[in-house]
Design a protein around this ligand. Sequence first.
Ligand code: PMP
Length: 392
Amino acid sequence: MQYSAIRKMAQMSSQAGIISFSAGAPSVETFPAEEILGVTSKVLAGESQCALQYGATLGHSGLIDAVMELCAERGLPGVRREEVAITGGSQQALDLLGRILVDPGDTVFFELPSYIGAISVFRNLQARMVGVRQADDGIEIEDLVARIRQIRGEGGRAKVIYLIPNFQNPSGVTLSPAKRRKLLEVADEYDLLLVEDDPYGEVYFDSSQPADLVPVKSFDLGGRVIYISTFSKILAPGLRTGWVVAAAPIIEKLDLAKQACDLCGSMLDQRIVAECWKQGIIQKHLPGIRVFYQAKCRAMLNALVDHMPAGIQWTRPAGGLFLWLSLPRHLDSGELLLECLESERVSYVIGQPFHVNGEGSHTMRLAFSRENEDNIALGVQRLARVFKSHPG
Ligand code: PMP
Protein backbone atom coordinates (compact mmCIF):
# COMPACT_ATOMS: atom_id res chain seq x y z
CA MET A 1 0.00 0.00 0.00
CA GLN A 2 1.15 3.53 -0.69
CA TYR A 3 0.09 6.87 0.68
CA SER A 4 -2.01 8.80 -1.85
CA ALA A 5 -0.17 11.71 -3.41
CA ILE A 6 -3.46 13.55 -3.69
CA ARG A 7 -4.11 13.38 0.03
CA LYS A 8 -0.61 14.53 0.85
CA MET A 9 -0.92 17.51 -1.49
CA ALA A 10 -4.44 18.30 -0.32
CA GLN A 11 -3.02 18.67 3.18
CA MET A 12 -0.25 21.01 2.01
CA SER A 13 -2.63 23.13 0.01
CA SER A 14 -5.24 23.48 2.73
CA GLN A 15 -3.05 26.11 4.38
CA ALA A 16 -4.69 29.53 4.53
CA GLY A 17 -4.04 31.80 1.59
CA ILE A 18 -3.25 29.09 -0.96
CA ILE A 19 -5.25 29.03 -4.16
CA SER A 20 -6.03 25.35 -4.49
CA PHE A 21 -6.28 23.61 -7.83
CA SER A 22 -5.40 20.39 -6.03
CA ALA A 23 -8.60 19.92 -4.02
CA GLY A 24 -10.76 17.75 -6.29
CA ALA A 25 -13.76 17.32 -4.01
CA PRO A 26 -17.12 18.73 -5.11
CA SER A 27 -17.71 22.29 -3.96
CA VAL A 28 -19.63 22.58 -0.68
CA GLU A 29 -21.74 25.24 -2.39
CA THR A 30 -23.40 22.52 -4.48
CA PHE A 31 -24.75 20.57 -1.50
CA PRO A 32 -28.50 21.03 -0.96
CA ALA A 33 -27.99 21.12 2.81
CA GLU A 34 -31.38 22.64 3.72
CA GLU A 35 -33.26 20.03 1.74
CA ILE A 36 -31.14 17.22 3.19
CA LEU A 37 -31.97 18.49 6.66
CA GLY A 38 -35.70 18.30 5.89
CA VAL A 39 -35.35 14.83 4.37
CA THR A 40 -33.29 13.56 7.31
CA SER A 41 -35.96 14.76 9.78
CA LYS A 42 -38.66 13.08 7.73
CA VAL A 43 -36.73 9.79 7.52
CA LEU A 44 -36.00 9.78 11.25
CA ALA A 45 -39.57 10.71 12.14
CA GLY A 46 -41.20 8.13 9.88
CA GLU A 47 -38.74 5.27 9.42
CA SER A 48 -36.38 5.51 12.37
CA GLN A 49 -36.52 1.83 13.27
CA CYS A 50 -35.33 0.71 9.84
CA ALA A 51 -33.07 3.69 9.27
CA LEU A 52 -31.15 3.10 12.49
CA GLN A 53 -31.00 -0.69 12.16
CA TYR A 54 -28.73 -2.99 10.12
CA GLY A 55 -30.16 -3.63 6.67
CA ALA A 56 -29.70 -5.54 3.44
CA THR A 57 -26.06 -5.95 2.40
CA LEU A 58 -26.86 -5.01 -1.19
CA GLY A 59 -28.77 -1.92 -0.13
CA HIS A 60 -32.12 -0.39 0.80
CA SER A 61 -34.76 -1.49 -1.69
CA GLY A 62 -36.12 2.05 -2.12
CA LEU A 63 -32.68 3.21 -3.18
CA ILE A 64 -32.31 0.31 -5.61
CA ASP A 65 -35.59 1.52 -7.18
CA ALA A 66 -34.13 5.02 -7.45
CA VAL A 67 -30.94 3.70 -9.04
CA MET A 68 -32.93 1.72 -11.62
CA GLU A 69 -34.83 4.90 -12.58
CA LEU A 70 -31.67 6.96 -12.65
CA CYS A 71 -29.89 4.42 -14.85
CA ALA A 72 -32.82 4.44 -17.30
CA GLU A 73 -32.48 8.22 -17.58
CA ARG A 74 -28.78 7.81 -18.36
CA GLY A 75 -29.44 5.42 -21.23
CA LEU A 76 -29.36 2.16 -19.28
CA PRO A 77 -32.98 0.98 -19.36
CA GLY A 78 -34.21 -2.38 -18.11
CA VAL A 79 -31.74 -2.83 -15.25
CA ARG A 80 -33.08 -5.58 -12.97
CA ARG A 81 -32.96 -5.50 -9.15
CA GLU A 82 -30.61 -8.48 -9.00
CA GLU A 83 -28.17 -6.51 -11.14
CA VAL A 84 -27.77 -3.68 -8.60
CA ALA A 85 -25.66 -3.28 -5.45
CA ILE A 86 -25.53 -0.14 -3.32
CA THR A 87 -22.03 0.57 -1.98
CA GLY A 88 -20.25 2.99 0.33
CA GLY A 89 -19.44 5.41 -2.47
CA SER A 90 -18.09 4.14 -5.77
CA GLN A 91 -14.72 3.75 -4.06
CA GLN A 92 -16.06 0.80 -2.08
CA ALA A 93 -17.51 -0.60 -5.29
CA LEU A 94 -14.04 -0.52 -6.85
CA ASP A 95 -12.47 -2.17 -3.83
CA LEU A 96 -15.06 -4.97 -3.64
CA LEU A 97 -14.96 -5.57 -7.38
CA GLY A 98 -11.19 -5.76 -7.25
CA ARG A 99 -11.40 -8.40 -4.54
CA ILE A 100 -13.83 -10.60 -6.44
CA LEU A 101 -12.39 -10.19 -9.92
CA VAL A 102 -8.63 -9.99 -9.59
CA ASP A 103 -6.03 -12.46 -8.33
CA PRO A 104 -2.42 -11.40 -7.72
CA GLY A 105 -0.62 -11.14 -11.05
CA ASP A 106 -3.77 -10.65 -13.16
CA THR A 107 -3.46 -7.76 -15.56
CA VAL A 108 -5.65 -4.67 -15.27
CA PHE A 109 -5.49 -2.04 -18.03
CA PHE A 110 -5.68 1.65 -17.14
CA GLU A 111 -5.75 4.79 -19.19
CA LEU A 112 -2.65 7.00 -18.98
CA PRO A 113 -3.51 8.89 -16.82
CA SER A 114 -6.19 7.27 -14.63
CA TYR A 115 -7.91 7.68 -11.26
CA ILE A 116 -5.51 7.27 -8.33
CA GLY A 117 -8.18 5.67 -6.12
CA ALA A 118 -8.61 2.83 -8.60
CA ILE A 119 -4.87 2.45 -9.05
CA SER A 120 -4.56 2.05 -5.26
CA VAL A 121 -7.24 -0.64 -5.20
CA PHE A 122 -5.58 -2.78 -7.83
CA ARG A 123 -2.09 -2.15 -6.50
CA ASN A 124 -3.20 -3.40 -3.08
CA LEU A 125 -4.45 -6.58 -4.76
CA GLN A 126 -1.05 -7.08 -6.41
CA ALA A 127 -2.51 -6.84 -9.88
CA ARG A 128 -0.18 -6.21 -12.79
CA MET A 129 -1.12 -2.71 -13.91
CA VAL A 130 -0.64 -1.80 -17.55
CA GLY A 131 -1.09 1.69 -18.95
CA VAL A 132 -2.77 2.48 -22.27
CA ARG A 133 -2.34 5.80 -24.08
CA GLN A 134 -5.19 8.28 -24.00
CA ALA A 135 -6.05 10.62 -26.89
CA ASP A 136 -8.39 13.63 -26.92
CA ASP A 137 -11.29 11.24 -27.60
CA GLY A 138 -10.35 8.69 -24.96
CA ILE A 139 -8.34 5.50 -24.70
CA GLU A 140 -6.32 4.56 -27.81
CA ILE A 141 -7.82 1.30 -29.00
CA GLU A 142 -4.79 0.20 -31.05
CA ASP A 143 -2.53 0.66 -28.06
CA LEU A 144 -4.97 -1.31 -25.89
CA VAL A 145 -5.03 -4.20 -28.35
CA ALA A 146 -1.23 -4.17 -28.62
CA ARG A 147 -0.90 -4.31 -24.81
CA ILE A 148 -3.45 -7.12 -24.48
CA ARG A 149 -1.59 -9.15 -27.11
CA GLN A 150 1.71 -8.45 -25.41
CA ILE A 151 0.42 -9.67 -22.02
CA ARG A 152 -1.12 -12.74 -23.57
CA GLY A 153 2.05 -13.40 -25.55
CA GLU A 154 3.97 -13.41 -22.28
CA GLY A 155 1.52 -15.94 -20.83
CA GLY A 156 -0.11 -13.33 -18.54
CA ARG A 157 -3.78 -13.18 -17.60
CA ALA A 158 -5.35 -10.09 -19.15
CA LYS A 159 -8.51 -9.62 -17.10
CA VAL A 160 -10.00 -6.16 -16.62
CA ILE A 161 -10.07 -2.82 -18.41
CA TYR A 162 -10.75 0.04 -15.98
CA LEU A 163 -12.06 3.16 -17.62
CA ILE A 164 -13.72 6.50 -16.77
CA PRO A 165 -15.54 7.41 -19.99
CA ASN A 166 -17.01 10.81 -19.05
CA PHE A 167 -14.99 13.91 -18.12
CA GLN A 168 -12.33 11.66 -16.73
CA ASN A 169 -10.62 12.15 -13.42
CA PRO A 170 -7.92 13.34 -13.86
CA SER A 171 -7.80 14.47 -17.51
CA GLY A 172 -11.32 15.78 -18.22
CA VAL A 173 -11.30 13.72 -21.45
CA THR A 174 -14.48 12.02 -22.74
CA LEU A 175 -14.56 8.76 -24.68
CA SER A 176 -16.07 9.13 -28.16
CA PRO A 177 -19.22 7.14 -29.09
CA ALA A 178 -17.33 5.20 -31.78
CA LYS A 179 -14.69 4.15 -29.28
CA ARG A 180 -17.35 3.07 -26.77
CA ARG A 181 -18.59 0.47 -29.24
CA LYS A 182 -15.10 -0.47 -30.34
CA LEU A 183 -13.97 -0.97 -26.77
CA LEU A 184 -16.72 -3.47 -26.16
CA GLU A 185 -15.74 -5.34 -29.32
CA VAL A 186 -12.18 -5.56 -28.02
CA ALA A 187 -13.39 -6.76 -24.60
CA ASP A 188 -15.51 -9.39 -26.36
CA GLU A 189 -12.73 -10.50 -28.65
CA TYR A 190 -10.18 -10.91 -25.86
CA ASP A 191 -12.67 -11.99 -23.19
CA LEU A 192 -12.01 -9.14 -20.77
CA LEU A 193 -14.23 -7.53 -18.18
CA LEU A 194 -14.72 -3.79 -18.40
CA VAL A 195 -15.22 -1.65 -15.31
CA GLU A 196 -16.97 1.54 -16.43
CA ASP A 197 -16.60 4.14 -13.67
CA ASP A 198 -18.97 7.07 -14.21
CA PRO A 199 -19.03 9.57 -11.34
CA TYR A 200 -19.08 12.70 -13.54
CA GLY A 201 -21.43 11.93 -16.48
CA GLU A 202 -24.25 14.08 -15.04
CA VAL A 203 -21.94 17.08 -14.63
CA TYR A 204 -21.97 18.06 -18.31
CA PHE A 205 -21.75 21.64 -19.54
CA ASP A 206 -24.07 21.36 -22.55
CA SER A 207 -27.56 22.76 -22.12
CA SER A 208 -29.10 19.29 -22.53
CA GLN A 209 -27.87 15.75 -21.94
CA PRO A 210 -25.28 14.98 -24.64
CA ALA A 211 -26.22 11.83 -26.59
CA ASP A 212 -22.60 10.73 -26.81
CA LEU A 213 -22.40 9.99 -23.08
CA VAL A 214 -24.42 6.81 -23.48
CA PRO A 215 -22.89 4.18 -21.15
CA VAL A 216 -20.69 1.48 -22.68
CA LYS A 217 -22.82 -0.84 -20.54
CA SER A 218 -25.82 -0.02 -22.75
CA PHE A 219 -24.20 -1.94 -25.66
CA ASP A 220 -23.28 -4.88 -23.45
CA LEU A 221 -25.14 -8.05 -24.33
CA GLY A 222 -22.72 -10.50 -22.76
CA GLY A 223 -22.64 -9.11 -19.21
CA ARG A 224 -18.96 -8.16 -19.34
CA VAL A 225 -19.38 -4.48 -18.46
CA ILE A 226 -19.65 -3.48 -14.82
CA TYR A 227 -21.08 0.01 -14.46
CA ILE A 228 -20.26 2.03 -11.32
CA SER A 229 -21.58 5.41 -10.29
CA THR A 230 -22.16 7.55 -7.22
CA PHE A 231 -24.28 10.20 -5.55
CA SER A 232 -21.11 12.02 -4.50
CA LYS A 233 -21.10 14.53 -7.36
CA ILE A 234 -24.85 14.91 -7.80
CA LEU A 235 -25.86 15.15 -4.13
CA ALA A 236 -23.12 14.98 -1.47
CA PRO A 237 -20.06 12.75 -0.98
CA GLY A 238 -20.56 12.73 2.80
CA LEU A 239 -23.56 10.47 2.33
CA ARG A 240 -21.09 7.84 1.01
CA THR A 241 -23.50 6.26 -1.40
CA GLY A 242 -22.64 4.75 -4.77
CA TRP A 243 -23.76 1.75 -6.78
CA VAL A 244 -22.82 -1.03 -9.15
CA VAL A 245 -24.81 -2.41 -12.09
CA ALA A 246 -23.50 -5.78 -13.25
CA ALA A 247 -24.60 -9.26 -14.28
CA ALA A 248 -26.42 -11.02 -11.42
CA PRO A 249 -23.62 -13.59 -10.76
CA ILE A 250 -21.16 -10.72 -10.20
CA ILE A 251 -23.59 -9.01 -7.80
CA GLU A 252 -23.96 -12.30 -5.90
CA LYS A 253 -20.20 -12.46 -5.41
CA LEU A 254 -20.09 -8.81 -4.47
CA ASP A 255 -22.74 -9.52 -1.83
CA LEU A 256 -20.40 -12.06 -0.21
CA ALA A 257 -17.43 -9.69 -0.30
CA LYS A 258 -19.52 -6.86 1.10
CA GLN A 259 -20.87 -8.94 3.96
CA ALA A 260 -17.32 -9.55 5.10
CA CYS A 261 -16.43 -5.90 4.61
CA ASP A 262 -19.22 -3.99 6.37
CA LEU A 263 -22.32 -6.25 6.81
CA CYS A 264 -24.31 -3.43 5.22
CA GLY A 265 -24.02 0.27 4.41
CA SER A 266 -25.64 3.03 6.44
CA MET A 267 -29.38 2.56 6.15
CA LEU A 268 -29.86 6.14 7.32
CA ASP A 269 -27.69 7.53 4.51
CA GLN A 270 -29.31 5.26 1.94
CA ARG A 271 -32.82 6.25 2.99
CA ILE A 272 -31.87 9.92 2.88
CA VAL A 273 -30.52 9.54 -0.65
CA ALA A 274 -33.58 7.54 -1.76
CA GLU A 275 -35.90 10.19 -0.35
CA CYS A 276 -33.89 12.97 -2.03
CA TRP A 277 -34.45 11.18 -5.35
CA LYS A 278 -38.14 10.54 -4.62
CA GLN A 279 -38.75 14.19 -3.76
CA GLY A 280 -36.87 15.31 -6.88
CA ILE A 281 -34.20 17.18 -4.91
CA ILE A 282 -31.33 15.67 -6.90
CA GLN A 283 -33.07 16.24 -10.22
CA LYS A 284 -33.88 19.86 -9.30
CA HIS A 285 -30.33 20.62 -8.25
CA LEU A 286 -28.48 19.12 -11.19
CA PRO A 287 -28.93 22.03 -13.65
CA GLY A 288 -27.48 24.40 -11.04
CA ILE A 289 -24.48 22.12 -10.42
CA ARG A 290 -23.76 22.00 -14.16
CA VAL A 291 -23.86 25.76 -14.59
CA PHE A 292 -21.76 26.20 -11.45
CA TYR A 293 -18.86 24.07 -12.70
CA GLN A 294 -19.20 25.22 -16.28
CA ALA A 295 -18.54 28.83 -15.22
CA LYS A 296 -15.46 27.76 -13.26
CA CYS A 297 -14.14 25.65 -16.10
CA ARG A 298 -14.63 28.53 -18.53
CA ALA A 299 -12.77 30.87 -16.17
CA MET A 300 -9.86 28.46 -16.04
CA LEU A 301 -9.73 27.88 -19.79
CA ASN A 302 -9.86 31.62 -20.49
CA ALA A 303 -7.09 32.30 -18.00
CA LEU A 304 -4.93 29.55 -19.50
CA VAL A 305 -5.32 31.06 -22.97
CA ASP A 306 -4.52 34.53 -21.63
CA HIS A 307 -1.48 33.66 -19.52
CA MET A 308 0.24 30.38 -20.37
CA PRO A 309 3.46 30.54 -22.36
CA ALA A 310 3.92 28.59 -25.60
CA GLY A 311 4.73 24.90 -25.26
CA ILE A 312 2.16 24.22 -22.57
CA GLN A 313 -0.91 22.17 -23.45
CA TRP A 314 -4.18 21.46 -21.69
CA THR A 315 -7.43 19.60 -22.22
CA ARG A 316 -10.79 21.32 -22.75
CA PRO A 317 -13.34 19.34 -20.73
CA ALA A 318 -17.04 19.40 -21.61
CA GLY A 319 -17.95 18.53 -18.02
CA GLY A 320 -16.59 17.38 -14.69
CA LEU A 321 -14.25 19.03 -12.22
CA PHE A 322 -10.76 18.76 -13.71
CA LEU A 323 -8.47 19.55 -16.56
CA TRP A 324 -5.05 18.23 -17.41
CA LEU A 325 -2.01 20.30 -18.16
CA SER A 326 1.20 19.15 -19.84
CA LEU A 327 4.43 21.13 -19.52
CA PRO A 328 7.31 20.77 -21.95
CA ARG A 329 8.82 17.32 -21.26
CA HIS A 330 12.00 18.55 -19.62
CA LEU A 331 10.05 20.20 -16.78
CA ASP A 332 9.12 18.28 -13.64
CA SER A 333 5.77 19.24 -12.12
CA GLY A 334 6.91 17.85 -8.75
CA GLU A 335 9.92 20.16 -8.59
CA LEU A 336 7.86 23.16 -9.70
CA LEU A 337 5.14 22.47 -7.13
CA LEU A 338 7.31 23.56 -4.24
CA GLU A 339 8.03 26.83 -5.99
CA CYS A 340 4.34 27.30 -6.81
CA LEU A 341 3.39 26.70 -3.18
CA GLU A 342 6.12 28.75 -1.56
CA SER A 343 6.51 31.73 -3.84
CA GLU A 344 3.10 31.93 -5.54
CA ARG A 345 0.77 30.24 -3.00
CA VAL A 346 -0.99 28.09 -5.61
CA SER A 347 -1.32 24.30 -5.70
CA TYR A 348 -2.07 21.44 -8.12
CA VAL A 349 -1.67 17.67 -8.10
CA ILE A 350 1.40 16.28 -9.85
CA GLY A 351 0.63 13.99 -12.79
CA GLN A 352 3.00 11.10 -12.21
CA PRO A 353 0.90 9.15 -9.60
CA PHE A 354 -1.95 9.00 -12.11
CA HIS A 355 0.28 6.96 -14.44
CA VAL A 356 0.59 3.23 -13.74
CA ASN A 357 3.75 3.14 -15.86
CA GLY A 358 5.60 5.81 -13.85
CA GLU A 359 5.50 8.43 -16.64
CA GLY A 360 3.85 11.84 -16.52
CA SER A 361 6.43 13.80 -14.52
CA HIS A 362 5.77 16.82 -16.78
CA THR A 363 2.01 16.75 -16.23
CA MET A 364 -0.47 17.93 -13.59
CA ARG A 365 -4.15 17.92 -12.69
CA LEU A 366 -5.88 21.24 -12.19
CA ALA A 367 -9.22 21.06 -10.37
CA PHE A 368 -11.53 24.03 -10.90
CA SER A 369 -14.07 22.83 -8.32
CA ARG A 370 -12.88 24.67 -5.21
CA GLU A 371 -11.95 28.25 -6.08
CA ASN A 372 -14.19 31.10 -7.25
CA GLU A 373 -13.71 32.55 -10.73
CA ASP A 374 -11.52 35.46 -9.59
CA ASN A 375 -9.19 33.13 -7.72
CA ILE A 376 -9.10 30.76 -10.66
CA ALA A 377 -7.89 33.58 -12.93
CA LEU A 378 -5.38 34.74 -10.32
CA GLY A 379 -4.12 31.22 -9.64
CA VAL A 380 -3.56 30.48 -13.32
CA GLN A 381 -1.69 33.76 -13.66
CA ARG A 382 0.57 32.72 -10.77
CA LEU A 383 1.21 29.27 -12.24
CA ALA A 384 2.07 30.87 -15.56
CA ARG A 385 4.58 33.12 -13.82
CA VAL A 386 6.42 30.09 -12.45
CA PHE A 387 6.32 28.20 -15.75
CA LYS A 388 7.60 31.25 -17.66
CA SER A 389 10.56 31.46 -15.32
CA HIS A 390 11.66 27.97 -16.48
CA PRO A 391 12.00 28.34 -20.25
CA GLY A 392 13.51 25.53 -22.35
N1 PMP B 1 -14.08 7.07 -9.27
C1 PMP B 1 -13.60 8.24 -9.69
C2 PMP B 1 -13.14 8.35 -11.11
C3 PMP B 1 -13.53 9.34 -8.84
O1 PMP B 1 -13.05 10.50 -9.29
C4 PMP B 1 -13.99 9.21 -7.51
C5 PMP B 1 -13.96 10.36 -6.52
N2 PMP B 1 -12.88 11.14 -6.48
C6 PMP B 1 -14.47 7.95 -7.11
C7 PMP B 1 -14.53 6.92 -8.02
C8 PMP B 1 -14.95 7.69 -5.71
O2 PMP B 1 -16.00 8.51 -5.35
P1 PMP B 1 -17.06 8.12 -4.23
O3 PMP B 1 -16.49 6.99 -3.42
O4 PMP B 1 -17.25 9.36 -3.44
O5 PMP B 1 -18.28 7.70 -4.95
